[in-house]
Design a protein around this ligand. Structure first.
Ligand code: MOS
Length: 757
């Protein structure tokens, strides 16, 4: 079976290419949003509510206002007008927390901003923010972790669009379940999780007359521009958003948050640039999180393992005013062949900040539940879990009745099992040992959507032999700078070190959101079209401008390849470089623009487009001291053509590390007494670190998916986190005999192990 390897040609596509921006990052030269400084700049620090439900009855700012260096304490009465942003057509102006900051005195979650201190230095602003005294009228808050769905109509508002609560249905799932000879009915719980990129969220806002410039670590500069234009009643052209580098986002930086509007409003009121960097604690409160989910999965099967019914009903917590829906049923309708299926969601309102998309939103918690259920069913049937999946592999997407563009999940299983040594697994709990440790082996499959957002790009070929590729998308640490350089190099023949990449700026052609693992897939056609247009202009110049080497030739006689213009009949060796040609024509540069359409959101797709993969996991269990470690992971991903196997492997490894955190460590817990995310710091919110990470063996299949773009490249930012928690919990069960259905797996869960010394 084809797997990705470095290409033998000189093409940059498929090559392990180190980050082109790497030297800037390791030398400290790369400027992140909070690294920009301006003359007269002021610092803002928000004041956080210390209750989760109620009303501010009094705000005493007198002491704070008198503190040294303080310029203003803003609150509802003096912040000025901030208009509520309303979602536009399609995916225009997306915001999760729609209520503008300070709109009313009602507190709906702990940490909601109630005031803003602005001072000459960060330290003065922080001291002033701490000196603001709020008096509250408290209401009873609800952060109950037990999620029962609110009573809601069949069609509900969600963050994006009104959505049917019954998401997918075929056959009669209830009846088929009732009649199934083998049944499984379990509930799986995933906790709230908080995105913890190293880079804190930050805004620097500068007004020059009615022109607003924002430096922000945004995963979508154009969406942020459009939202700010509406909130501050400006034409879009008056707002410029700049995001040169992002210290990771994981979804928390997809949509605008309230601190950004506060910085802009404060800068407007004071007529000075204002910088606002939120604290790590605020990252847990007011810039989104993955919501807690409670998912009931019912499987009905024949005694030989064929699924006859699949039901997936889930609830996620959501905020008081906002409607984020964690789409746990995203992969359920198409992942297995099953004639009777029902996927339904519900939401439970809680006094929490608005949740939002976090790496692999929906599918990650969803596949944890459904893949765990499949593993339990395999144990119940005494069938190998790989075999159970093979038995239920669909031929088409049964939910839409259309073929998959490219689905090679079975090949993933085959390669993963081989690389892992899965055939040596003995199924009995605690039956495998090595060096005095008990081993547990588990596996799971995964899927993630593949689609394109609209994208525009521009390419310049310049008379010094360099090229520039520009698109207003973002590099959130995933390698977009490098991918754009590789794509431009492929088409223009300009070596990577002679290509300038411009992104993260709304003054550039409109690029895609860095979300949904869609940037790479989206920019391929736009960059290629831009290059084709630049080359076409170059050839026109060659035949029309006096002084060029080809001025007597016909356009049809000329060709471009590897950076050279030549007469087709003569071949490239006799041609000239484009730089030479431009110099002869006395032209500094030639530019071309390219544009490609969205496939995301297409209501009538011809193909079902997704990436697939699987994880095989080994854990070691040391019963004497109740120590569990993930000791080995093999991951195989079918994501079409891999443009940069180095950056690609890095994405999957990072996702697997995050998956170890999801399975064993991560949870945001709300204090029942005051509703605060109680472990809101990096000491108490545990994430997987190097010491938790075993060797991770990543393999990519190489089945280009031409439905996505001409290279066949799908995205890989998120899929690696899907399924891994189910593989780990299956391995935990295999080693310890303990079935944990509420993440993360805790030591106290494992103390009930039958495999204790
Ligand atoms: Mo991703 S959660 O779309 O940043």
């Amino acid at each position: 079976m084809p797997t990705t390897r470095e290409t033998a040609t000189t093409s940059p596509i498929g090559r392990k290419t180190p980050r082109v921006e790497g030297p800037l990052k390791v030398s400290g030269t790369a400027q992140y949003a909070s690294d920009f400084h301006f003359p007269g700049m002021l610092y803002a620090v928000p004041v956080e509510a210390t209750i989760a439900s109620g009303r501010v009855t009094k705000l005493d700012t007198a002491a704070a206002e008198k503190m040294p260096g303080v310029r203003a304490i803003f609150h509802r009465e003096n912040i000025g007008k901030i208009v509520r942003s309303v979602q536009g057509q399609g995916f225009e102006r997306i915001v999760d927390e729609r209520r503008p900051p300070f709109e009313d005195d009602v507190i709906r979650y702990y940490g909601q901003y109630i005031a803003l201190a602005v001072a000459d230095t960060f330290e003065s602003a922080k001291a002033a923010a701490d000196a603001v005294r709020a008096t509250y009228e408290k209401d009873k808050h609800n952060v109950d972790p037990d999620l029962k769905a609110d009573d809601e109509p069949d069609v509900v508002e969600t963050s994006f669009v009104p959505t049917k609560r019954l998401q997918s249905e075929r056959g009669d799932a209830e009846a088929a379940f009732a009649n199934a000879p083998v049944k499984l009915d379990q509930t799986y719980v995933t906790p709230a999780e908080t995105h913890n990129p190293i880079e804190l969220q930050a805004t620097t806002a500068i007004w020059e007359g009615s022109m607003l410039t924002i430096y922000e670590e945004s995963q979508g500069v154009f969406n942020l521009r459009d939202v700010l234009a509406q909130m501050f009643s400006l034409p879009k052209e008056n707002v410029r958003v700049i995001t040169k580098f992002v210290g990771s986002g994981f979804g928390s930086k997809l949509w605008p948050w309230t601190h950004c509007a506060l910085a802009v409003a404060a800068a407007r009121q004071l007529g000075k640039p204002v910088k606002l960097v939120i604290s790590r604690k605020m990252m847990f409160q007011s810039v989104g999180h993955r919501p807690r989910t409670q998912q009931r999965v019912r499987l009905g099967a024949s005694t030989d393992g064929k699924l006859v019914s699949l039901q997936h009903e889930y609830v996620n917590h959501h905020a008081i005013l906002d409607n984020y829906h964690e789409d746990c049923g995203e992969a359920t309708p198409f992942h297995y062949s099953v004639p009777n299926l029902r996927v339904k969601f519900g939401r439970a309102r809680r006094n929490v900040g608005s949740p939002t998309a976090m790496r692999g939103p929906g599918a990650v918690p969803g596949l944890y539940a459904t893949e765990s259920a499949m593993n339990e069913l395999a144990d119940q049937l005494k069938i190998d879990p790989v075999r159970l999946r093979v038995l239920n592999e669909p031929k088409i997407d049964e939910s839409l009745g259309i073929p998959f563009s490219s689905r090679h999940l079975l090949e993933c299983f085959e390669l993963g099992a081989k690389e892992f040594g899965w055939s040596k697994r003995t199924s009995e709990v605690g039956s495998m040992k090595r060096d005095g440790l008990t081993l547990g082996w588990g596996m799971a499959g995964c899927a993630w959507i593949a689609a394109r957002f609209p994208a525009e790009a521009e390419i310049q070929l310049r008379d010094d032999g360099t090229a520039r590729v520009a698109s207003g998308t973002q590099d959130i640490g995933t390698g977009t700078y490098t991918i754009l350089a590789q794509l431009a190099s492929e088409k223009t023949g300009v070596p990577l070190d002679k290509i300038e990449v411009a992104l993260g700026d709304t003054s550039l052609p409109e690029g895609p959101l860095s979300g949904g693992s869609m940037v790479t897939g989206s920019v391929v056609p736009a960059v290629f079209a831009a290059a084709d247009n630049a080359i076409a202009s170059l050839l026109t110049i060659a035949t029309t401008k006096p002084g060029t080497q080809f001025e007597k030739r016909k356009l049809a006689d000329l060709a471009f390849e590897g950076g050279r213009v030549f007469v087709k009949a003569d071949g490239p060796a006799k041609g000239v470089s484009f730089a030479d040609l431009l110099r002869h024509a006395n032209i500094r540069l030639v530019a071309g623009s390219g544009k490609s359409d969205a496939t995301f959101g297409n209501p009538k797709p011809k193909f079902s487009t997704h990436s697939f993969g699987c994880h095989f996991v080994e854990v070691t269990w040391q019963p004497e001291i109740a120590r569990l470690r993930v000791s080995r992971v093999v991951t195989v991903i079918d994501a079409g053509r891999i443009i940069n196997p180095l950056a690609g492997r890095n994405q999957i490894e990072g996702a697997v590390v995050m998956g170890i955190g999801m399975a064993l460590l991560e949870h945001t817990t709300y204090d029942p007494q005051n509703g605060a995310p109680i472990n809101s710091n990096l000491a108490d919110y545990m994430m997987a670190v190097n010491a938790d990470v075993p060797p991770i063996d990543v393999h990519f299949l190489d089945f280009p998916d031409k439905e996505i773009n001409e290279l066949g490249a799908r995205g890989i930012g998120e899929i690696g986190l899907a399924g891994i928690a189910a593989a780990i919990t299956a391995a935990v069960h295999h080693a310890t005999g303990v079935r944990v259905r509420e993440l993360p797996v805790k030591i106290e869960d494992l103390l009930t192990s039958s495999v204790l010394a």
